[in-house]
Design a protein. Structure first.
Length: 242
């Protein structure tokens, strides 16, 4: 049983090493090309930002629906109001305010790209870590290169995770602004703030794609230039791992 487990463990290590090098040589260059082409599409080359705005009519209708319902409840009395508030069927008739469809569709396409970068960075990290030799005195220049590249990969992985947080913050901020519009539809600053937020998110999404492309490109360039030191960090080759 123990022998079988070690065989499976060794096989996993070998697979990680093989996959890591394949990512650098094949996957990263291909992904740079794909993201670059994506950035050239019409949806990501908009100059007139009015195209990314969404109508505020839905927000106004929600406000009117809530006002009308409140007035009818006040007329019918508190007992009736209590029954209505507990009636899930009636609550289901409250109009749903949609997201900005244009931005939402872009986010749905870009999020898998972010997750892919995070996963590939993790694969590259384990690849390099498995190539780090046993700790010894001296002759550690190659090891320092491995550690520097590991630090850069970890930084990119963390930054990519931050892109996902940014998307969540956008929806939270937009929801708060829309609730203000529903309550105060006569204040135009709230309406304008939603448009400004949508424009900002559009620019952020485009910048995110640029950063993803650049990260793939820089990782490929840096690792390719130092591939020999990464694979054989010491002049005297040793197969001993941590």
């Amino acid at each position: 049983m123990a022998t079988r487990s070690m065989e499976m463990f060794t096989e996993f290590q070998e697979q990680c090493v093989e996959n890591g090098e394949k990512l650098i040589k094949e996957f990263f260059p291909q992904r740079v090309i794909e993201l670059n082409e994506f950035l050239k599409t019409e949806r990501l080359s908009i100059q007139n930002f009015s195209k990314v705005h969404s109508s505020i009519e839905e927000y106004i209708r929600v406000d009117q629906h809530i006002r009308n319902r409140s007035e009818s409840e006040a007329i019918e009395g508190s007992a009736k109001r209590a029954r209505i508030e507990n009636d899930s069927d009636l609550k289901s008739h409250v109009p749903i305010v949609p997201c900005n469809q244009f931005i939402e569709e872009l986010i749905d396409e870009i999020k898998p790209q972010i997750r892919t970068l995070i996963e590939k960075c993790n694969s590259v990290k384990i690849w390099i870590q498995l190539l780090i030799p046993r700790i010894e005195d001296g002759n550690n220049f190659g090891v320092s290169i491995q550690e520097d590249i590991l630090g850069e990969v970890a930084r990119i992985e963390s930054e990519a995770a931050g892109f996902l947080d940014q998307i969540s913050r956008y929806f939270i901020s937009r929801g708060k602004m829309i609730s203000k519009i529903a309550k105060y539809p006569f204040i135009k600053d709230y309406c304008r703030s939603v448009c400004e937020l949508d424009e900002k998110e559009y620019l952020n999404l485009r910048l995110t794609l640029c950063e993803l492309r650049n990260h793939y490109c820089c990782l490929h360039d840096t690792i390719t230039k130092n591939i020999e030191k990464i694979k054989k960090p010491r002049s005297v080759n040793t197969d001993t791992m941590y």
